[in-house]
Write a protein that binds this ligand. Sequence first.
Ligand SMILES: [Zn+2]
Length: 79
Amino acid sequence: MRCVYCEGPVVGHEDVMVVSGLGPSHKRCYEQEQHKEDWMEFEGIVLESWDNERLLELKERVLIELNSRFYKTQAIELF
Ligand SMILES: [Zn+2]
């Protein structure tokens, strides 16, 4: 019996779980895999396929958006 993610043996391992449709897996490997999928895809966009330039532009835009929201909130609280 081997883990479906890392292909290491699961026999004798403490945290083993069965992934439906796949097979046995270490609990840690399963959690890492879930996290990886969540992280790699956001709103249907696979960030891994973007080049650094586009990622940096996105980062910049997100920061600008967050900053402008922060200042809007601050302004509302002040007046
Ligand atoms: Zn594993």
